[in-house]
Ligand binder design. Structure first.
Ligand code: SAH
Length: 251
């Protein structure tokens, strides 16, 4: 059995209880060494075999999984954040289907949640934005044309941009093609929830400069939108004049 597990954004106590239990009992762990906090591996038993997938191809990962399966061992495939975002899990799952090896998936705290927590921010502020765009700049992995940063930026919604901290000049230019202005607030969140965590607040117009000045070019999320500003409307849910299924309106 292969368990895909979300490791969370960095702090080792942000893995789920289920994920931690699976690590404790795993015979083999394959972890994404580029971003998973190695402190999580301390949960593994003494006899657990550990592989760093940053140095492996998909074929090598699969052959470790197959060998573990033949030996009757349980494998944990540990991905950073939540495996469902930029995790390359689908290709592993399809290959496991072809090999007849069963698997399941345990979610984790994605870094876009870790980054919001680091900035004490809410993406969905009434009167500001009720949507969050999770996207990336095109890199070696292409992005479909209709999903360019400029296309998303036309909505003026809250944005969490992954995998793009090394392309801040280009990102800034793309954002400015949409509804954002140079004054729209932005933040660079570096290694959210790790001890080295840093939140650099800036604007769309100063994004690239903020990256240069703070030497941030990887392991960071770029947050963009009016949700980083002080102005918003309070929620209807907790407004005394609004009735909800759980509470009557006070007048
Ligand atoms: N599955 C992961 C994302 C993997 S893609 C998740 O759910 O978070 C890798 C990208 O995620 C990095 O380039 C960076 O943009 C972002 N990232 C991962 N961990 C991060 C962290 N602790 N702080 C800020 N960004 C992070």
């Amino acid at each position: 059995m292969i368990h895909f597990v979300g490791a969370g954004p960095g702090a080792p106590d942000l893995i789920t209880l289920r994920g931690a239990e699976l690590l404790k009992t795993a015979g083999v762990v394959i972890y994404a060494g580029s971003l998973v906090n190695p402190a999580l591996l301390e949960l593994c038993g003494d006899r657990c075999e550990i592989h760093n997938s940053a140095k492996m191809t998909l074929e090598q990962v699969l052959s470790v999984m197959e060998a573990a399966e033949r030996a009757g061992k349980t494998t944990v495939r540990l991905h950073t954040g939540d495996p469902c975002l930029y995790g390359a899990i689908r290709e592993q799952m399809d290959a496991l289907d072809a090999l007849g090896i069963p698997y399941d998936d345990t979610p984790g705290v994605s870094s876009f949640c870790g980054a919001a927590a680091a900035a004490c921010a809410e993406y969905t502020l009434p009167g500001v934005s009720q949507s969050l765009v999770i996207t990336r700049m095109a890199g070696r992995t292409p992005v479909p044309e209709g999903e360019s940063i400029a296309a998303w930026a036309r909505h003026g919604a809250s944005m969490a941009v992954f995998l793009s901290a090394g392309m801040l000049e280009g990102l800034q230019a793309e954002l400015l093609k949409g509804a954002y202005t140079p004054a729209t607030p932005a933040a660079l969140v570096y290694k959210a929830t790790w001890p080295e965590e840093r939140v650099v607040r800036c604007t769309v117009g100063t994004l690239a400069e903020a990256g240069r000045e703070n030497s941030i070019s990887k392991t960071a999320l770029v947050l963009v939108g009016g949700f980083l500003e002080p102005d918003y409307q309070r929620s209807s849910l907790y407004d005394p004049t609004f009735a909800t299924g759980f509470r009557e309106a006070s007048r």
